[in-house]
Design a binder for this molecule. Structure first.
Ligand code: COA
Length: 260
Protein backbone atom coordinates (compact mmCIF):
# COMPACT_ATOMS: atom_id res chain seq x y z
CA UNK A 1 0.00 0.00 0.00
CA UNK A 2 1.32 3.48 -0.75
CA UNK A 3 0.62 6.49 1.46
CA UNK A 4 1.06 10.27 1.15
CA UNK A 5 1.67 11.13 4.79
CA UNK A 6 3.11 8.05 6.45
CA UNK A 7 5.78 5.41 5.86
CA UNK A 8 5.38 1.78 6.86
CA UNK A 9 8.43 -0.48 6.97
CA UNK A 10 8.78 -4.09 8.11
CA UNK A 11 11.91 -5.75 9.50
CA UNK A 12 12.57 -8.57 12.00
CA UNK A 13 8.94 -8.98 13.08
CA UNK A 14 8.49 -5.23 13.67
CA UNK A 15 6.46 -2.80 11.55
CA UNK A 16 7.64 0.77 12.04
CA UNK A 17 5.09 3.38 11.05
CA UNK A 18 6.44 6.92 10.61
CA UNK A 19 4.12 9.91 10.51
CA UNK A 20 5.72 11.87 7.71
CA UNK A 21 4.64 15.51 7.50
CA UNK A 22 7.76 17.10 9.02
CA UNK A 23 7.05 20.58 7.59
CA UNK A 24 3.81 20.62 9.60
CA UNK A 25 5.46 18.92 12.59
CA UNK A 26 3.54 15.76 11.63
CA UNK A 27 0.17 17.35 12.52
CA UNK A 28 -2.71 14.92 12.06
CA UNK A 29 -4.91 15.97 9.17
CA UNK A 30 -7.86 13.89 7.99
CA UNK A 31 -5.83 12.03 5.38
CA UNK A 32 -3.08 11.14 7.87
CA UNK A 33 -5.63 9.77 10.35
CA UNK A 34 -7.16 7.65 7.61
CA UNK A 35 -3.77 6.41 6.40
CA UNK A 36 -2.71 5.57 9.96
CA UNK A 37 -5.89 3.55 10.35
CA UNK A 38 -5.14 1.61 7.17
CA UNK A 39 -1.47 1.03 8.05
CA UNK A 40 -2.29 -0.12 11.59
CA UNK A 41 -5.02 -2.40 10.27
CA UNK A 42 -2.63 -3.91 7.71
CA UNK A 43 0.12 -4.45 10.29
CA UNK A 44 -2.33 -5.94 12.77
CA UNK A 45 -3.55 -8.41 10.14
CA UNK A 46 -0.02 -9.32 9.05
CA UNK A 47 0.93 -12.57 10.84
CA UNK A 48 4.65 -11.68 10.57
CA UNK A 49 4.25 -8.36 12.43
CA UNK A 50 4.62 -9.07 16.13
CA UNK A 51 5.13 -5.47 17.31
CA UNK A 52 4.30 -2.05 15.84
CA UNK A 53 6.43 1.02 16.59
CA UNK A 54 4.96 4.46 15.87
CA UNK A 55 7.24 7.48 15.48
CA UNK A 56 7.23 10.96 13.90
CA UNK A 57 9.60 11.90 11.11
CA UNK A 58 12.41 14.38 11.74
CA UNK A 59 14.04 15.30 15.02
CA UNK A 60 11.56 17.85 16.26
CA UNK A 61 8.14 16.30 16.60
CA UNK A 62 6.28 13.07 17.20
CA UNK A 63 3.01 14.84 16.33
CA UNK A 64 2.28 18.52 17.12
CA UNK A 65 -1.46 17.88 17.33
CA UNK A 66 -4.52 17.67 15.18
CA UNK A 67 -4.18 19.89 12.10
CA UNK A 68 -5.66 23.15 13.38
CA UNK A 69 -6.10 24.54 9.85
CA UNK A 70 -8.67 21.81 9.09
CA UNK A 71 -11.12 22.58 11.90
CA UNK A 72 -10.70 26.30 12.61
CA UNK A 73 -14.10 27.13 10.99
CA UNK A 74 -16.08 24.09 12.20
CA UNK A 75 -19.47 24.44 13.92
CA UNK A 76 -20.79 22.45 16.90
CA UNK A 77 -22.00 19.52 14.84
CA UNK A 78 -18.83 19.31 12.75
CA UNK A 79 -16.68 19.51 15.90
CA UNK A 80 -18.52 16.58 17.48
CA UNK A 81 -18.22 14.52 14.33
CA UNK A 82 -14.50 15.28 14.04
CA UNK A 83 -13.87 13.86 17.53
CA UNK A 84 -16.15 10.85 17.04
CA UNK A 85 -14.65 9.88 13.68
CA UNK A 86 -11.06 10.34 14.89
CA UNK A 87 -11.63 8.29 18.02
CA UNK A 88 -13.20 5.47 16.03
CA UNK A 89 -10.69 5.42 13.17
CA UNK A 90 -7.46 5.92 15.05
CA UNK A 91 -7.37 6.41 18.80
CA UNK A 92 -9.73 3.65 20.02
CA UNK A 93 -8.58 1.55 17.09
CA UNK A 94 -4.91 1.75 18.12
CA UNK A 95 -5.65 1.06 21.78
CA UNK A 96 -7.62 -2.06 20.90
CA UNK A 97 -5.16 -3.54 18.41
CA UNK A 98 -4.25 -7.13 19.24
CA UNK A 99 -0.64 -6.43 18.18
CA UNK A 100 1.46 -4.48 20.72
CA UNK A 101 2.01 -0.88 19.65
CA UNK A 102 4.78 1.25 21.14
CA UNK A 103 4.88 5.04 20.75
CA UNK A 104 8.42 6.34 20.18
CA UNK A 105 7.89 9.94 21.28
CA UNK A 106 10.73 11.70 19.46
CA UNK A 107 9.86 15.35 20.10
CA UNK A 108 6.70 17.42 20.55
CA UNK A 109 3.66 15.28 21.37
CA UNK A 110 0.92 17.86 21.75
CA UNK A 111 -2.86 17.65 21.68
CA UNK A 112 -3.81 14.88 19.26
CA UNK A 113 -0.14 13.88 19.24
CA UNK A 114 -0.08 13.11 22.94
CA UNK A 115 -3.52 11.53 22.60
CA UNK A 116 -2.11 9.27 19.88
CA UNK A 117 0.89 8.34 22.05
CA UNK A 118 -1.51 7.61 24.94
CA UNK A 119 -3.59 5.35 22.68
CA UNK A 120 -0.51 3.20 22.10
CA UNK A 121 0.06 0.37 24.57
CA UNK A 122 3.07 2.15 26.11
CA UNK A 123 5.48 5.00 25.41
CA UNK A 124 9.23 5.52 25.19
CA UNK A 125 10.51 9.11 24.82
CA UNK A 126 13.64 10.85 23.64
CA UNK A 127 15.18 13.35 26.04
CA UNK A 128 14.09 16.33 23.89
CA UNK A 129 10.40 15.28 23.94
CA UNK A 130 7.80 17.71 25.20
CA UNK A 131 4.26 16.64 25.97
CA UNK A 132 1.05 18.50 26.63
CA UNK A 133 -2.63 18.96 25.91
CA UNK A 134 -2.78 22.65 24.85
CA UNK A 135 -6.40 22.55 23.60
CA UNK A 136 -7.83 24.91 26.23
CA UNK A 137 -5.44 27.57 24.91
CA UNK A 138 -7.32 27.22 21.59
CA UNK A 139 -10.76 27.36 23.17
CA UNK A 140 -11.49 23.63 22.92
CA UNK A 141 -10.78 20.53 25.00
CA UNK A 142 -8.93 17.35 24.04
CA UNK A 143 -11.32 15.41 21.78
CA UNK A 144 -9.36 12.30 20.90
CA UNK A 145 -9.61 10.61 24.29
CA UNK A 146 -7.19 12.89 26.17
CA UNK A 147 -9.55 13.71 29.04
CA UNK A 148 -9.92 9.99 29.69
CA UNK A 149 -6.51 8.48 29.00
CA UNK A 150 -4.37 11.19 30.65
CA UNK A 151 -5.97 10.75 34.11
CA UNK A 152 -5.78 6.95 33.65
CA UNK A 153 -2.04 7.21 33.10
CA UNK A 154 -0.93 9.99 35.47
CA UNK A 155 -3.85 10.52 37.90
CA UNK A 156 -6.68 13.02 37.99
CA UNK A 157 -4.95 15.95 39.71
CA UNK A 158 -1.96 16.00 37.39
CA UNK A 159 -4.22 15.61 34.34
CA UNK A 160 -6.42 18.48 35.54
CA UNK A 161 -3.37 20.71 35.91
CA UNK A 162 -1.96 19.81 32.49
CA UNK A 163 -5.30 20.41 30.75
CA UNK A 164 -6.13 23.61 32.63
CA UNK A 165 -2.68 25.19 32.19
CA UNK A 166 -2.33 23.91 28.60
CA UNK A 167 1.35 23.64 29.51
CA UNK A 168 4.04 21.24 28.35
CA UNK A 169 6.05 18.81 30.46
CA UNK A 170 9.50 17.59 29.47
CA UNK A 171 10.56 13.97 29.10
CA UNK A 172 11.92 13.67 32.65
CA UNK A 173 8.69 15.00 34.13
CA UNK A 174 6.73 12.60 31.90
CA UNK A 175 8.88 9.76 33.21
CA UNK A 176 8.26 10.89 36.79
CA UNK A 177 4.50 11.00 36.07
CA UNK A 178 4.53 7.51 34.51
CA UNK A 179 3.36 8.90 31.17
CA UNK A 180 6.40 7.34 29.46
CA UNK A 181 8.23 4.19 30.52
CA UNK A 182 11.77 5.16 29.48
CA UNK A 183 13.72 8.24 28.36
CA UNK A 184 16.82 8.00 26.17
CA UNK A 185 18.83 10.20 23.82
CA UNK A 186 17.13 10.61 20.47
CA UNK A 187 19.69 8.41 18.66
CA UNK A 188 18.88 5.63 21.14
CA UNK A 189 15.10 5.90 20.84
CA UNK A 190 14.39 3.43 18.04
CA UNK A 191 17.15 1.02 19.16
CA UNK A 192 15.55 0.88 22.63
CA UNK A 193 12.05 0.38 21.16
CA UNK A 194 13.42 -2.46 19.00
CA UNK A 195 15.19 -4.00 21.99
CA UNK A 196 11.94 -4.01 23.98
CA UNK A 197 10.11 -5.33 20.90
CA UNK A 198 12.60 -8.20 20.59
CA UNK A 199 11.76 -9.25 24.16
CA UNK A 200 8.03 -9.11 23.36
CA UNK A 201 8.53 -11.17 20.20
CA UNK A 202 9.99 -14.07 22.20
CA UNK A 203 6.65 -14.53 23.98
CA UNK A 204 3.33 -15.92 22.78
CA UNK A 205 1.63 -13.41 20.49
CA UNK A 206 -1.72 -15.10 21.17
CA UNK A 207 -1.30 -14.73 24.93
CA UNK A 208 -0.17 -11.12 24.50
CA UNK A 209 -3.27 -10.25 22.48
CA UNK A 210 -5.47 -11.82 25.18
CA UNK A 211 -3.58 -9.83 27.83
CA UNK A 212 -4.07 -6.54 25.92
CA UNK A 213 -7.78 -7.24 25.78
CA UNK A 214 -7.97 -8.04 29.50
CA UNK A 215 -5.92 -5.00 30.58
CA UNK A 216 -7.98 -2.67 28.36
CA UNK A 217 -11.19 -4.11 29.86
CA UNK A 218 -10.37 -2.33 33.14
CA UNK A 219 -10.99 1.00 31.40
CA UNK A 220 -14.24 0.14 29.62
CA UNK A 221 -17.62 1.12 30.99
CA UNK A 222 -20.00 -1.65 31.98
CA UNK A 223 -17.39 -4.37 31.56
CA UNK A 224 -16.02 -6.47 34.40
CA UNK A 225 -12.29 -6.80 33.77
CA UNK A 226 -11.97 -9.80 36.10
CA UNK A 227 -14.58 -11.67 34.05
CA UNK A 228 -12.75 -10.77 30.83
CA UNK A 229 -9.50 -11.98 32.39
CA UNK A 230 -11.05 -15.33 33.38
CA UNK A 231 -12.39 -15.83 29.85
CA UNK A 232 -9.09 -14.79 28.24
CA UNK A 233 -7.12 -17.03 30.61
CA UNK A 234 -9.33 -19.99 29.67
CA UNK A 235 -8.98 -19.21 25.96
CA UNK A 236 -5.19 -19.55 26.23
CA UNK A 237 -5.56 -23.22 27.20
CA UNK A 238 -6.96 -23.96 23.75
CA UNK A 239 -3.96 -22.53 21.87
CA UNK A 240 -0.92 -24.20 20.32
CA UNK A 241 1.21 -21.52 21.99
CA UNK A 242 0.09 -22.74 25.43
CA UNK A 243 1.01 -26.34 24.59
CA UNK A 244 4.40 -25.23 23.26
CA UNK A 245 5.10 -22.86 26.17
CA UNK A 246 4.34 -25.39 28.90
CA UNK A 247 5.99 -28.31 27.06
CA UNK A 248 9.15 -26.28 26.44
CA UNK A 249 9.32 -25.36 30.13
CA UNK A 250 8.99 -28.98 31.21
CA UNK A 251 11.58 -30.06 28.62
CA UNK A 252 13.92 -27.29 29.84
CA UNK A 253 14.22 -25.64 26.44
CA UNK A 254 13.25 -22.28 24.96
CA UNK A 255 9.72 -22.11 23.59
CA UNK A 256 9.28 -21.67 19.86
CA UNK A 257 5.77 -20.26 19.67
CA UNK A 258 3.74 -20.90 16.50
CA UNK A 259 1.60 -17.83 17.26
CA UNK A 260 -1.64 -19.80 17.12
N1 COA B 1 -1.78 22.05 13.13
C1 COA B 1 -1.42 22.60 11.94
N2 COA B 1 -0.19 23.03 11.67
C2 COA B 1 0.73 22.93 12.64
C3 COA B 1 0.45 22.39 13.90
C4 COA B 1 -0.89 21.92 14.13
N3 COA B 1 -1.25 21.37 15.28
N4 COA B 1 1.56 22.41 14.66
C5 COA B 1 2.51 22.98 13.89
N5 COA B 1 2.02 23.28 12.68
C6 COA B 1 2.73 23.91 11.55
C7 COA B 1 2.91 25.40 11.75
O1 COA B 1 1.73 26.09 11.37
C8 COA B 1 4.07 25.67 10.83
O2 COA B 1 3.60 25.68 9.51
P1 COA B 1 4.11 26.84 8.47
O3 COA B 1 5.61 26.66 8.43
O4 COA B 1 3.42 26.50 7.19
O5 COA B 1 3.71 28.13 9.10
C9 COA B 1 4.92 24.41 10.98
O6 COA B 1 4.05 23.40 11.49
C10 COA B 1 6.07 24.58 11.96
O7 COA B 1 5.54 25.00 13.21
P2 COA B 1 6.05 26.32 13.98
O8 COA B 1 4.94 26.79 14.88
O9 COA B 1 6.60 27.31 13.02
O10 COA B 1 7.25 25.68 14.85
P3 COA B 1 7.80 26.23 16.22
O11 COA B 1 9.06 25.48 16.46
O12 COA B 1 7.85 27.70 16.24
O13 COA B 1 6.72 25.78 17.33
C11 COA B 1 5.14 24.28 18.37
C12 COA B 1 6.48 24.43 17.60
C13 COA B 1 4.85 22.79 18.50
C14 COA B 1 5.30 24.87 19.78
C15 COA B 1 4.02 25.02 17.61
O14 COA B 1 4.03 24.59 16.26
C16 COA B 1 2.64 24.79 18.18
O15 COA B 1 2.29 25.34 19.21
N6 COA B 1 1.81 23.98 17.47
C17 COA B 1 0.45 23.77 17.81
C18 COA B 1 0.33 22.83 19.00
C19 COA B 1 -1.11 22.64 19.39
O16 COA B 1 -1.78 23.54 19.87
N7 COA B 1 -1.60 21.40 19.21
C20 COA B 1 -2.91 21.03 19.59
C21 COA B 1 -3.84 21.10 18.45
S1 COA B 1 -5.48 20.65 18.97
Amino acid sequence: MSYNNILSEFENGITTITINRPKKLNALNKETISELHDALDAANNDADTKVIVLIGSGEKAFVAGADISEFADFNVEEGGKLAAKGQELLFDFAENLSTPIIAAVNGFALGGGLELAMSCHFRVASSNAKMGLPETSLGVIPGYGGTQRLPQLIGKGRAMEMVMTAGMIDAQQALHYGLVNHVVEQTELLPLCYKIASKIIRNSSVAISQAINAINANYKDGINGYDIEIEAFGNCFGTEDFKEGTTAFLEKRKADFPGK
